[in-house]
Structure formats: C-alpha cells, structure tokens
Design a protein around this ligand. Structure first.
Ligand code: PGA
Length: 246
C-alpha cells in the first residue's frame, strides 16, 4: 500500500490542501482527535486553519489534539518548547479547549510513566483520526530518528546531531536539548489517517527514500508505506528525486 502522493506548487498550496483535509474532518466529526506536529513546515497550515476559523467555517470547540513530541527538560513556558509553539502558533488563535490539547510533558521526572500516560490518553480519546507529520532530512517522523523500530511506542529518545543542528534556529543561541519524548512509529501508524508534508530541496532525498526504498527503520518515514490511508503532500523541490511522473 503506497502513500498517495500530491505534488503542489508551493507552501501556500500545500497549506490550503492540508487545511482543507482537517477542515473536512472537523465538519464531519466536530469531536475529532487531531494529531499535530511542530516545525517550520506546518506553520502555514496552522495559519490557514486559523483563517478558516475566523471566517466561521470551522470550530475546534469539541475537538481534541495530540502532538507528536516534546523536548526533555523544557518547561511549557520555554519559547522553544513545542507546548509554547502550539499555543502561540495555533491554540491561542482558535476555540480549542486547552484541557483537550495534549503534548508529552518534557519536565516529567519519570519518562517511562509519562510515555505510558500519553499512550493511555490517546487510547482513551478513541485514537487519532488524522495525524499531521513533517519529515526530517534524515527521514525522521516525530523524533523517531533512523533506527527506530516500526513497533516503537511513546518513549524517551536521544536526538541525532543533525536534528539538533536543524532545530538550533528555534533556540536563539541556547543549547538544543539532547533528548525528547516522542510518539513511536507504532503509535503513529495507529492513527486512522496520516498526512506528511515536506517542502524544499533539503527534503528531496528523504521523500525519495520514504516512498521508493523498501520500508526500513533506516528511514523511519518509510513506515508510512505500511499504512492503509497515508498521504504525502509536497512541493516540486521536495519531489524532485522521485522517479516517474510526479
Ligand atoms: P521542519 O521539521 O518542518 O522544521 O523542516 C520537520 C521535522 O523535523 O519533522
């Protein structure tokens, strides 16, 4: 089962497309469980969702959300924490109920207990309806770095040097944490639908590997080949190493 591939002109077109997927879900199922992601690529998608909310087209009032990951050791108030990112980029601008937004607690003293709590919260919510994913240049999804087992669950992981370097831009000169809590590949594959977004030439190799190499933990995103309802939405730059008609 191959992921559906949609190649669009630019980040704005990708944002419109993916925002329409989430808007359609919220319209069909106002109490949907949304899987959310951080990073640069999702920002225009969240802006498009905020615009639709302001236009009165969608409400998050009865929805719930689960984010993929969080840095270990950063409080929610730290400007580079994913909790802070989600609040300032999306949650503060829509009508979502804060107690129904979930992000792993990077300050938890017992990472194993926090990971188990997170898995249980996803299960209690009935599972994730649509999970948004970015992709690292090394093929990571969430913070599942190369080598992550496809059966992996939410857990504490160590970030690669390349991931820490890529994310340094969010830290204003501060050190990027070495560890994070992340949903596992197995957790992500249980979402009923997945949509992975990628823009720019820096993601081209990862997109080609995830779609055209045999599924392998060497490229965690290639696990999406095993999902019955996965969509990849990318721009021409990110699609440029794919063989055949794009
Ligand atoms: P980016 O991050 O959107 O900032 O490129 C994607 C990721 O690392 O998953």
């Amino acid at each position: 089962m191959s992921p559906r591939l949609i190649v669009l002109d630019d980040a704005a077109a990708i944002a419109r497309h993916v925002a329409a997927m989430f808007a359609g879900l919220l319209t069909d199922r106002p109490n949907a469980v949304l899987g959310l992601a951080t990073g640069g690529t999702p920002v225009p998608i969240y802006q498009a969702l905020i615009a639709r909310h302001r236009a009165g087209e969608i409400s998050f009032r009865d929805a719930a959300s689960f984010n993929l990951d969080e840095y270990v050791g950063l409080p929610r108030t730290h400007p580079a924490s994913f909790a802070y990112f989600m609040a300032t980029t999306l949650f503060d601008h829509v009508d979502i109920t804060p107690s129904r937004t979930h992000i792993p607690d990077g300050m938890a003293t017992d990472a194993e207990a926090e990971s188990a709590r997170y898995e249980a919260a996803i299960a209690k919510a009935g599972g994730i309806d649509l999970q948004l994913l970015g992709i690292g240049a090394n093929g990571h999804v969430g913070f599942n770095e190369p080598g992550s087992a496809f059966a992996s669950r939410t857990r504490k992981v160590t970030l690669t040097a390349s991931t820490r370097a890529a994310n340094r831009r969010f830290f204003a000169g501060g050190e990027v944490p070495e560890q994070a809590l992340t949903m596992g590949i197995g957790t992500i594959l249980e979402a009923r639908a997945l949509v992975l977004v990628a823009t720019g030439a820096g993601k081209a190799e990862a997109i080609a590997r995830m779609l055209q190499a045999p599924p392998s933990p060497d490229c965690p995103a290639s696990a999406l080949q095993l999902h019955p309802d996965a969509t990849v939405v990318c721009d021409r730059e990110a699609a440029r190493l794919l063989d055949g008609p794009a």
